[in-house]
Write a protein that binds this ligand. Structure first.
Ligand code: NAD
Ligand code: UDX
Length: 469
């Protein structure tokens, strides 16, 4: 097997950036260059004051530890490809917006153009690693493209190495992963390439956690893992609706269910709906795959996980309207949290966007506060969510502020959309004193002390908790 000494990562996003920065930190003998076509993104990674383009706890310390030593960020894609022995392809694979499979299939054109670039400029043999989440058998297409365009003496070995990090905990997940998965062809060359990548991870990951499998198993495992994680949330959210209707409490139910060691306690928190760039996209991808394989029952099964999530968001919006005496037109609502989960500035598929869109369609006034999301990002997301409304009109109804206290002042209702820790520490008495009465709180994340809030005078609605309690 080749001993890897230079790595190139194509794509300096949420995955490529943290993943390859951690490889650089843990493998000082390997030179790692992360490249991207987006100059602004690369400039941010290189910023002298470490103002890196994504917020992720612990990330800046990792970058500080190795940038300029054996970690480099660049837009010179070709040079990094030529120098590397091993290349990660970590570009975006969003859901297709048009054409065949629109709304379901993954858009693979970024993967394909990165692959074609490798084939076009490589002058020596490379191990090419599919890091992006892709449909089953994409590695086969990449291999065909590489082989059809390779120069004499250049061979390409393809590996699949999906990434399981979760945003907000990415650095811990990368330092101590539950497992690293590497898929390869079961030929000698495939196994050798797999051994080369295994040696890279073995610098810090215990060998028993490095799983090596066939290429297609590896690709499918990534979709399967995300589908099963999301399915747990949809299951618990479906139960939360029953709880609200009966007076049961979803926290108690989930806790007791999770005590069964076969089920386990994690990932059973009812919420306003899952968000993030992966779950919905990857399930829709699995649905599309199942349909293409003529397995309509399998497709329908997984599709329901996404439909339950849409239902949960719609149900929450409806609870707000119903509780506020069946109309929110002209009312003022504070939305605390805009990111899809705490400890990230990422807003992709955030449930907050859907809720705010619903409130705007009722012509309510919405004031938003999130500790990490940039203002420009919020405007962009709301514009995309309401494509037929000009931004100026959206801005008449939406205000973005810089503290939770400011957001809640003189509002009729507060909605908790993201579980930021600081929302637990708000002085609720002060908030109550400054609100229009009756004052309502809708906790979409089960983070507040309901008893205390009720004592202050709030009317409180919590996901998965019946009023009869
Ligand atoms: P991202 O959009 O943050 O980053 C992708 C980057 O690739 C962008 O900066 C883009 O400019 C760059 N790029 C696209 N085409 C390029 C090309 N031809 N040459 C050079 N650069 C190019 O995306 P992400 O969140 O990092 O996700 C990347 C992949 O990893 C996706 O397939 C995603 O499904 C998967 N994934 C994401 C997560 C997550 O938590 N975000 C977790 C696991 C897996
Ligand atoms: C997910 C997978 O966890 C990760 O392994 C994969 O690599 C990428 O996709 P991510 O989307 O970053 O990671 O975050 P995750 O912690 O999984 O949360 C996804 C969404 O589910 C968030 O909106 C979160 O708030 C929600 N969630 C999570 C719940 O509603 N309840 C839970 O119990 C857990």
């Amino acid at each position: 097997p080749v001993k890897v000494s230079k790595i190139c990562c194509i794509g300096a996003g949420y995955v490529g950036g943290p993943t390859c920065a951690v490889i650089a930190l843990k493998c000082p003998h390997i030179q790692v260059t992360i490249v991207d076509l987006n100059q602004a993104r690369i400039d941010a990674w290189n910023s002298p004051d470490f103002n890196v383009p994504i917020y992720e706890p612990g990330l800046v310390d990792v970058i500080r530890g190795c940038r300029g030593r054996n970690l480099f960020f660049s837009t010179d894609v070709d040079k990094a490809i030529q120098e590397a022995d091993l290349i990660f392809v970590s570009v975006n694979t969003p859901t297709k917006k048009s054409g065949v499979g629109a709304g379901f299939a993954a858009d693979l054109h970024y993967v394909e153009s990165a692959t074609r670039r490798i084939a076009a400029v490589a002058t020596s043999s490379k191990i090419v690693v599919e890091k992006s989440t892709v449909p089953c058998r994409t590695a086969e297409s990449m291999r065909t493209i590489l082989e059809a365009n390779s120069k004499p003496g250049c061979r390409f070995d393809l590996l699949s190495n999906p990434e399981f990090l979760a945003e907000g905990t990415a650095i811990n997940d990368l330092f101590a992963p539950d497992r690293v998965l590497i898929g390869s062809l079961q030929t000698q060359e495939g196994k050798d390439a797999c051994a080369s990548l295994t040696e890279v991870y073995a610098n810090w990951v215990p060998r028993e956690r490095i799983l090596t499998v066939g290429l297609w198993s590896s690709e499918l495992t990534k979709l399967a893992a995300n589908a099963m994680l999301a399915q747990r949330i949809s299951s618990v959210n479906a139960l939360s609706a029953i709880c609200e209707a009966t007076g049961a409490n979803i926290e108690e139910v989930a806790n007791a269910v999770g005590f069964d060691s076969r089920i386990g306690p994690k990932f059973l928190r009812a919420s306003v709906g899952f968000g993030g760039s992966c779950f919905q996209k990857d399930i829709l991808n699995l649905v599309y795959l199942s349909e293409s394989l003529h397995l309509p029952e399998v497709a329908a099964y997984w599709r329901q996980v996404v439909e339950m999530n849409e239902y949960q968001k719609a149900r929450f919006s409806k609870t707000v309207v119903d509780t506020l005496f069946n109309t929110i037109t002209g009312k003022h609502i504070a939305v605390l949290g805009f990111a899809f989960k705490a400890d990230t500035g990422d807003t992709r598929e955030s449930a907050a966007i859907t809720l705010i869109r619903d409130f705007l369609s009722e012509r309510a006034y919405v004031t938003i506060y999130d500790p990490k999301v940039e203002e420009a990002q919020i405007w962009q997301d709301l514009q995309e969510a309401c494509p037929t409304t000009p931004l100026d009109s959206i801005k008449k109804y939406v205000t973005i502020v810089h503290s939770a206290l400011e957001a809640c002042k003189q509002k009729e209702a507060i909605v908790i959309a993201t579980e930021w820790k600081e929302f637990k520490e708000i002085n609720w008495q002060t908030v109550y004193d400054q609100m229009t009465k009756p004052a309502f709180v809708f906790d979409g994340r089960m983070i507040l002390d309901v008893v205390q809030l009720k004592k202050i005078g709030f009317t409180v609605k919590v996901i998965g908790r019946g009023d009869r309690l």
